[in-house]
Design a protein. Structure first.
Length: 186
């Protein structure tokens, strides 16, 4: 009986030591899943632009504590514009969705100490949606795009960025390595 109590105590101690690592791994997996999900939505919007030979755009609308994003198709040939979306001219291809719906404890945001991914680019600061002065990330029928960065953070200090390169429309996912204080491409 004494051996059984000792074994149970030892297993409980080992489990308690492993729990923080397990929580961190789950938080990282959720944040990575969210970054891949957003990157996938951006790639779909790019393919819609090429397939339909019309501009598409992903619109990011800030809410109370997070952002909703939706995909729109240019309806009148002048590019996707906020005014045309509001008037129903640029139609919605995908309804608005929020990260929290699919990924708990992951949001658009950046931690204070996170630098910009590239020299010369602006650090995320208070605005996790970095697409210049607009909230529309546009794709053209040629496959090009508005360049920008979308920052996602998860619980436990996990930080990702989804970057869109303008000339190619290519979408990349980066992760911030806190130990080395630098971004690396996945």
């Amino acid at each position: 009986m004494l051996e059984l109590v000792f074994t149970a105590g030892l297993l409980s101690t080992v489990a308690a030591m492993a729990l923080p690592s397990f929580d961190r791994a789950i938080a990282d997996a959720r944040a990575l899943g969210a970054a891949r999900y957003v990157a996938g939505r951006l790639r779909e919007a790019r393919m819609e632009a090429v397939k339909r030979s019309a501009n598409t755009a992903v619109r990011f609308a800030s809410g109370d504590d997070d952002y909703a994003f939706s995909v729109h198709l240019d309806g009148n040939g002048d590019g996707v514009r906020r005014q045309d979306i509001d008037r129903g001219i640029d139609v919605e291809l995908r309804p608005p969705e929020r990260l929290a719906t699919h990924f708990r404890h992951v949001e658009f945001g950046a931690f204070e100490d996170v630098p910009a991914p590239d020299t010369g680019s602006t650090p995320p600061g208070d605005d996790p949606i970095r697409i210049g002065s607009t909230d529309l990330l546009a794709f053209t029928p040629l496959g090009t795009a508005t360049p920008g960065s979308l920052y996602l953070r998860g619980s436990g200090g996990v930080q990702y960025a989804v970057r869109v390169l303008g000339g190619t429309g290519r979408v990349r996912i980066l992760v911030f390595d806190r130990a080395r204080r630098r971004w690396r491409t996945l």
